[in-house]
Design a protein around this ligand. Structure first.
Ligand code: PSU
Ligand code: MN
Length: 305
């Protein structure tokens, strides 16, 4: 059997950054194709990339385009992805199949970590990670993002986990997988749309330099796996948990009534919550992704220092 060469293409911005030792932050593309509606998804994707550039780092949005894994998209590619319909949502299980078939796919947190590691990128910013779904004791629906964090040495900055998930069980599975869960600048584990929650995060750090040092220490010890940095949403953009609880309950009930399962669950819930909050969930989502991108850029900068 002959080896297949890896079809991995770095954008000119990312190859330049690698040559110059510029810090790089990876970004996912499922948030663009399945997490937000057009045209806000495109605006946000561009805004987040610019937030990273303003910090002196380079943004690498990851996606599979016609079978090639891309680290960094140009503006035409970003626009095509934002408008595309029926793009596959790819995770660890299906990324190689989609690539071998020459298809196009948006990367989840798990697949973005794989892509970032292949491209030599250590830090990744997103909105929220996948987790243990409510009712997982019956459905077994646990996101591959959690096991990926246990395998692949990338530090992921997210705003905690959404209340569409069973957050205590999500923290348990992360612990089982050996993933450090680090709340940034506070004791409680952030709840995505709300800065705080009544769960205390397992770990806390207050600076990008400390987070970078912990990332390097794992590497020095030869420990596989990454870190989850849980960065609270800025106070001005929060939505109270009590406001969202009935919305989440309704969306979850509808998903179950309509027999939504597997990969479709998370996109369905995000879309229904967007509709039921008249778009307010999206405004908060945008603010927290940008906030995560800025922290990730600081961590990437501290890592190359
Ligand atoms: N959570 C969000 N927004 C998202 C996702 C999760 O708040 O866009 C996306 C991410 O790409 C994440 C994926 O990796 O959904 C998880 O999907 P699943 O639950 O099917 O593993
Ligand atoms: Mn799932």
């Amino acid at each position: 059997m002959s080896l297949t060469a890896l079809p991995l293409e770095l954008s000119s911005e990312i190859s330049e950054a690698k040559k110059n030792g510029t810090p790089i932050v990876a970004l996912e593309s499922t948030i663009i194709t399945h997490g937000m509606p057009y045209p806000q998804n495109l605006e946000v994707a561009r805004q987040v990339e610019n937030d990273i550039r303003e910090k002196g780092a380079a943004p690498a949005t990851m996606a599979v385009l016609n079978g090639t894994l891309h680290a960094g998209l140009n503006d035409t590619q970003l626009e095509e992805l934002a408008q595309a319909r029926d793009v596959a949502k790819v995770s660890r299980a299906d990324i190689a199949v989609i690539m071998a078939q020459g298809r196009t796919g948006a990367t989840t947190v798990a697949a973005t970590m794989i892509a970032a590691h292949l491209a030599g990128i250590a830090v990744f910013a997103t909105g929220g990670i996948g987790g243990v779904h409510k009712g997982a004791e019956d459905s077994f629906d646990i996101s591959a993002d959690l096991t990926e964090l246990g395998h692949t040495p990338v530090t992921v900055v997210a705003a905690g986990a959404k209340a569409i998930l069973d957050v205590p069980k999500t923290l348990e599975v992360l612990e089982t997988n050996g993933v450090p869960v680090i709340a940034y600048g506070q004791d409680s584990f952030p709840a995505f749309w709300s800065a705080g929650s009544d769960l205390i995060a397992p770990l806390r750090m207050d600076s990008a330099a400390e987070i970078a040092a912990a990332h390097k220490m794992r590497g020095a010890m030869g420990l596989p796996g990454g870190q989850l940095v849980a960065n609270p949403i800025p106070a001005t953009d929060e939505i109270a948990a009590a406001t969202l609880a009935p919305v989440i309950a309704q969306a979850t009930q509808e998903a179950s009534d309509q027999g939504i399962s597997g990969k479709d669950v998370t996109p369905f819930l995000l879309q229904r919550i967007f509709e039921l909050t008249d778009g307010r969930s999206l405004t908060a989502n945008i603010a927290l992704v940008r906030n995560n991108a800025r922290l990730a850029a600081d961590i990437a900068t501290a890592l190359v220092a």
